[in-house]
Write a protein that binds this ligand. Structure first.
Ligand code: MG
Length: 384
């Protein structure tokens, strides 16, 4: 078995696992049995990942000679669930969930009972932390086979299903397993860009803004090519281009980069932005400590939220605001809630629950994304 010691090797392995999972999903959607050979590939991939050396709970890998600590928990546990799903079916997977989530069965039964008689036509949902388990690294958040199949089954019952995230559309496409002609609509950058039946639509930016963004992107990519900067495209969020925004990591949650190099990199980026936009007319920089976000300034008083994005997508695709099921897991998803919609939030945070209830007294709550995706699977059997 070939060992995995560098981040590059890790990403190569993850890419090939993703291809295998895509093939598996495609066969399952056609009603075919999963091929033994592909199941075997998932198992071998899991063994290779499990053999990555650990320090405490973190896995140790190298990128350009620098030690990077990261946890492969998401990837490994999702692989395990897929192997159970593919060999033991949905009931086998549910039995597995019950072992991990004590209130799983009760939460599923309660919500299904509540919703199965309702007329639901539109699902609007956040992805990470809502219908997909959280991954600590943006590059490692590939959807699981069971997750794609459950979502697809529910989407077949809906007239429209929209998955909306703050992250760029590109990532949703890359990390998703459903075929792109599927009925699920992916909306990235809070709905500023969306993918519908294989075609990408974007809320138009002005020509000047677009030109400035391209210029800045070119400059940043040039900087990332330099040997001493390469690391920053491999850790944490890496480099991301969202619609109207560029993001570049300067640190990850495991603190793989020294404070000194991280700060120096921030200064380098600030200088590059200043070079491209000397009057500071176009861009503002927000530094989260982990990521440097460079945003196009907007003239609107209020920041663009997911609710605005969904309003845009709905208008473009003539999606009704009635009979909606809205799902989310953080405050940024509150803007998705519309009058009269059914609402499920994945949270154990009492303060957030309170805020959801203020907007939607009928809202229901579950504890884990796996619970919600299982509810969707069950409802796909029960809904009229
Ligand atoms: Mg979320």
């Amino acid at each position: 078995m070939e060992p995995v010691t560098t981040l590059t090797q890790l990403y190569e392995l993850l890419d090939s696992l993703r291809d295998t999972k895509r093939h598996l999903v495609a066969s399952l959607l056609k009603g075919e049995q999963p091929a033994e050979e592909q199941l075997g590939r998932l198992k071998v991939g899991g063994e290779r990942l499990s053999s990555v050396p650990k320090e405490g709970k973190k896995h140790v890998l190298y990128a350009s000679g620098t030690k990077v600590l990261l946890t492969l928990h998401y990837t490994l546990s999702e692989l395990e669930k897929d192997i159970i799903y593919l060999s033991q079916g949905t009931q086998g997977l549910y039995a597995h969930f019950q072992k991990f989530y004590p209130s799983f069965q009760e939460e599923v039964d309660t919500v299904v009972k509540q919703l199965k008689e309702k007329a639901l036509h539109v699902l609007i949902t956040d992805r990470d932390g809502t219908i997909n388990n959280y991954s600590e690294n943006y590059n490692l958040c590939t959807q699981s086979v069971y997750n794609a199949c459950f979502l697809h089954q529910f989407a077949k019952k809906m007239r429209h299903t929209i998955i909306v995230t703050s992250a760029p559309l590109q990532g949703l496409r890359e990390q998703g397993l459903l075929p792109e002609d599927d009925s699920v609509i992916y909306a990235g950058s809070k709905g500023r860009a969306y993918l519908h039946r294989g075609t990408v639509q974007r809320q138009p930016l002005g020509q000047q803004e677009q030109d400035m963004l391209s210029k800045l992107k070119e400059r940043l990519l040039e900087l990332l090519e330099a040997e001493h900067n390469k690391l920053f495209s491999l850790i944490g969020s890496g480099f991301q281009e969202k619609h109207g925004q560029l993001t570049i990591a300067r640190q990850d949650i495991n603190h793989s980069v020294s404070d000194e190099s991280s700060r120096a990199f921030l200064e380098t980026i600030k200088r590059a932005v200043k070079e491209v936009d000397p009057e500071e007319a176009y861009f503002s920089i927000e530094d989260t400590g982990l990521d440097i976000e460079i945003l196009l300034k907007t003239k609107a008083d209020k920041a663009f939220d997911k609710g605005d994005g969904i309003a845009y997508v709905s208008k473009q695709l003539h999606i009704s605001d009635e009979h909606r099921l809205i799902c989310g897991d953080t405050e940024s998803d509150l803007s998705l809630i519309t009058e009269g919609a059914e609402v499920i939030f994945v949270t154990q945070d009492e303060r957030l629950k309170q805020r959801v209830k203020e907007q939607a007294p009928q809202a229901m709550f579950v504890s884990h994304p796996d619970t919600l995706i299982s509810i969707l699977e069950r409802l796909s059997e029960e809904l009229p």
